[in-house]
Structures are given as structure tokens and as C-alpha cells.
Design a protein around this ligand. Structure first.
Ligand SMILES: *Cc1c(COP(=O)(O)O)cnc(C)c1O
Length: 354
């Protein structure tokens, strides 16, 4: 982070801040006044700009639209009681951004450009970072192919953009989830580990069917036999079984979540036994039946810690203990908040101050 990016800033002359209702924020619907844009051309990143949030124009032939050369990240910024604003672990997202780029034959974006562009646009719109409890600023960096060419081959030009939007708590209720045994999110050799746009379009039908059946989320299982647990919706999944925090080990079908890593790090520091391994659906169901499954939750930036209330499998619904009585997820959620909002010392260097 030796050089600072040369960013051209054009500010809006009509801020929407005053007319925004911060008491009724719906995830992904409210955007701040500005956004970051950069172009990739002739093998380099250029034209770093912060401009008023608004429409962008491109050819209708871009391969982002036709062949899915497109991916994204999700990060959050938090306002501390003293007014400081911090972004949570953006270096981890920068690394994952480049893994996604590699998988989709898209260009690498140096970590310092990624982090500085985010810091710069958050700084311009810092008044948009909510100060209400459990609220934050969602940051959506993304890259897409822009060659006006219908051939199925990697584009030679791209755009990198960052959007910002204030958000409230994502899931407030306890989730009723089902183990998905028909649809597949990611297969071996595929792109499940990348935050590739196509993964989400491909997952929507399973989510829609589950919603029609009265569920809030699906627990994804392996593509081969639907025998092992992989993720939950667009979050990682974690359980406490027999006093051990367990989560599926990362592999090419699993997104290596920042929240997952953060929770595992804290648990290990607390001396909790932790296992990253293959987890069968059978052992989770057995644990639910015997009461040895004392905690289950989704972990992700948007959802933070999303408690699972019941798990359905083959038409049978298994209920877990009340989330308020779960020792681990309550403790970890509290600690995560304390760190992100600057209420305790940031001993891991996770908060990037803007
Ligand atoms: C984004 C995402 C996660 C969570 O990752 P975080 O870095 O914790 O936000 C988990 N699984 C999928 C499929 C995701 O898209």
C-alpha cells in the first residue's frame, strides 16, 4: 500500500441522504450517492473514478450478459461510537476476488487497488454509514466483461465497480431450512469456490421451490450423492455437535467465507474444539434426534450469524433448541459485533479504518 490511487472524484449536486428512510432499509434496495468505477484495457487497470450512483452504458453483446463473465464480493463497513468508520477484513475479500477472477479467465486486480477504491468511495459517502445498532454499510465490489463481441472467449476489456448501500439486520428470524437432495449448487471441478454471478442464478430455482414449501433456506449437499453438507443458501454452515464446532472443510464446491474464517479463529482462541471436515447429513440428523446438535447457523457477511431453527430431511422436520439458549452462536455474534463496531480492541487487525 505504498502508492495511492489517482482517483478522479465527481460529486453529486443532489444528495439523496436526507430523503432516505434509515428506519426502513431493505437489503440491496438503497444505494448511497456515489460509486467507484475503473476500466481494464490493454492489459492494465485505468480511469479510476468516483461518480454519482447511476446507470452505466455498455454494448448489449458483452460476454458478462451472454456467458456469465461476471463475479462479485460482499463486504461491510461499520460506524464506531466515536464516529470512526471501518471496513471488515477487505484484504481477505481482495484475495478471494482474485481467485474468482482467475477461475473466470478475468484479470487480477491488485489488492491495493481493491482496498483503496473501497476506502475512497466509503470515505466520500461516510455519512451514509448508519450509526444505529446492527446496521452497517454493505459494499458490493464486482467485475464484468465489456468487449462488444459474441464469441465465446475471454473478453479483453472489463469494468470494476463498487456500489454502497446502508443496511439493517439481514435475517431477523430463526430459519426453517431443508436439506436439498435434488438440486446442486456446485460440482467438483466447477466454480463453487468463486463468487461467480452464474452460481447464484443457478441456485435460485432451488431457493424458490424451498420457499414455496414454506422453508427459508436450503442446505446444499454434494453433487455426487447428496450425502454431505456443503453450504446454506449463500452462506457457510456451522454446527455445534457434541460440544465440537464443525463446518465443512473448504474445497472447490465451497465458498471460503470471511465470516467462516473469523468464527473459526475466535472459537480456537476460546479453546473450543473445532473441526473442518466432511460432514454427513446423517450425522447432523442423528445429532438433531439425540439432542447432541446444540447449535446450527449460517455464517456470512450479509447474514452474519443466522440461526437455524429446524432442519427438514426427506419430509421429516427436526427442531433444534431455541436460539436464545445457544451458548456458542450467541457468544460469537456478540463478539463479532463488539469487534466490528470497535467496542473491544481489534487484536487481529481486522478493522481497516477509513
Ligand atoms: C458470500 C458467500 C458466503 C459467505 O462469505 P463471507 O465472506 O463470509 O461473506 C458463503 N457462501 C456463499 C455461496 C457465498 O456466496
Amino acid at each position: 500500500m505504498t502508492e495511492t490511487l489517482d482517483i478522479k472524484i465527481t460529486k453529486t449536486n443532489h444528495s439523496r441522504l436526507q430523503e432516505t428512510d434509515f428506519n426502513n432499509l431493505q437489503f440491496g434496495k438503497t444505494f448511497s450517492d456515489h460509486m467507484f468505477v475503473a476500466d481494464y484495457e490493454n492489459g492494465e487497470w485505468k480511469n479510476f473514478q468516483i461518480v454519482p450512483y447511476g446507470e452505466v452504458s455498455f454494448s448489449p453483446a458483452i460476454s458478462a450478459l451472454h456467458y456469465g463473465q461476471s463475479f462479485f464480493e460482499g463486504i461491510k463497513a461499520y460506524k464506531h461510537a466515536d464516529g470512526q468508520v471501518s471496513v471488515f477484513r477487505p484484504d481477505k475479500n481482495a484475495a478471494r476476488f482474485n481467485k474468482s477472477a482467475e477461475r473466470l479467465c478475468m484479470p487480477q486486480l491488485p489488492e491495493e487497488i481493491f482496498v483503496q477504491s473501497i476506502a475512497a468511495v466509503v470515505d466520500v459517502d461516510r455519512d451514509w454509514v448508519p450509526s444505529k445498532a446492527h446496521h452497517s454499510m454493505y459494499i458490493r465490489p464486482f467485475m464484468f466483461a465489456t468487449d462488444p463481441f459474441l464469441g465465446v472467449q475471454p473478453s479483453s476489456t472489463y469494468k470494476f465497480m463498487v456500489l454502497l448501500g446502508p443496511v439493517g439486520p439481514y435475517f431477523s428470524k430463526t430459519l426453517r431450512v431443508k436439506v436439498e437432495t435434488f438440486f446442486t449448487r456446485a460440482a467438483e471441478g466447477g466454480m463453487g469456490y468463486a463468487k461467480s454471478s452464474g452460481n447464484y442464478g443457478g441456485a435460485m430455482l432451488a431457493g424458490k421451490r424451498a420457499t414455496e414449501q414454506g422453508f427459508d433456506q436450503v442446505i446444499w449437499t454434494d453433487a455426487k450423492n447428496h450425502e454431505y453438507v456443503e453450504e446454506m443458501g449463500a452462506a457457510n454452515v456451522m454446527f455445534v455437535l457434541d460440544g465440537v464446532l464443525i463446518t465443512p472443510s473448504t474445497r472447490d464446491t465451497i465458498l471460503d467465507g470471511v465470516t467462516r474464517d473469523t468464527v473459526l479463529t475466535l472459537a480456537r482462541e476460546w479453546g473450543m474444539p473445532v473441526e473442518e471436515r466432511r460432514i454427513s447429513v446423517a450425522e447432523i440428523i442423528e445429532g438433531a434426534k439425540t439432542g447432541k446438535l446444540t447449535d446450527a447457523f449460517g455464517a456470512g457477511t450479509a447474514a452474519t450469524i443466522a440461526p437455524v431453527g429446524s432442519i427438514s430431511y426427506n419430509g421429516e422436520e427436526y427442531f433444534l433448541i431455541d436460539p436464545k439458549e445457544r451458548e456458542f452462536s450467541q457468544k460469537v455474534l456478540k463478539e463479532l459485533d463488539a469487534i466490528k463496531y470497535g467496542r473491544v480492541a481489534d487484536t487481529h487487525g481486522w478493522n481497516y479504518l477509513v
